[in-house]
Design a protein around this ligand. Structure first.
Ligand code: RP5
Length: 169
């Protein structure tokens, strides 16, 4: 096996993967939320089309490496989330990256229209979707982590307070 396909055990609970370095400008919003909630995470480029063997190695080793949730972002013919979901039983959250040609509608449809049997929890297009992917991963992990559940409560309360503080125009 090629070295690029070997993944070591990790302390990360969430894997944030994306089809291209160019997706990071979007996917950083997911990683930022995970960092804010103190959820260990790893960030990697894993392309379904350009590095298919690496994608399979990542997905098939994810659970045994210690990951609990995978957030996968891709744009255009966005096969990464669905293909990863087909190679692991971990929850996979898909983020449609906004493409240049079709503004991300292609990404959204590629990710959301999975065949029955292989679910991908699909978020909205772009940075909002990436942010929500981070929060969704936190909600999943909080089910079995009371201290994270408290941090998530605080996160939501802070968000509510920020909106209320600027509610008068
Ligand atoms: C997908 O193709 C990536 O997820 C990216 O959004 C899109 C374009 O990739 P680049 O040509 O910008 O590397 O695989």
């Amino acid at each position: 096996m090629n070295n690029e396909n070997l993944f070591e055990p990790t302390d990360a609970l969430v894997g944030v993967i994306m089809g291209s370095r160019n997706d990071w400008v979007t996917m950083a919003a997911a990683a930022d939320v995970l960092d804010e909630l103190k959820i260990p995470n790893e960030r990697l480029v894993v392309s379904a089309h350009r590095t298919p063997a690496r994608m399979v190695a990542y997905a098939t080793s994810a659970a045994e490496r210690g990951l609990k949730v995978i957030i996968a972002g891709a744009g255009g013919a966005a096969h990464l989330p669905g293909m990863v979901a087909s190679e692991t039983n971990l929850p996979v959250i898909g983020v449609p990256v906004q493409s240049r040609a079709l503004q991300g509608l292609d990404s959204l449809l590629s990710i959301v229209q999975m065949p029955g049997g292989i679910p991908v929890a699909t978020m909205s297009i772009g940075k909002s979707g990436a942010k929500n992917a981070g929060i969704m991963a936190a909600r999943i992990l909080a089910l079995s982590d009371p201290s994270l559940a408290k941090r998530l409560d605080d996160f939501v309360a802070k968000q509510t307070a920020a909106v209320l503080e600027s509610a008068e125009l």
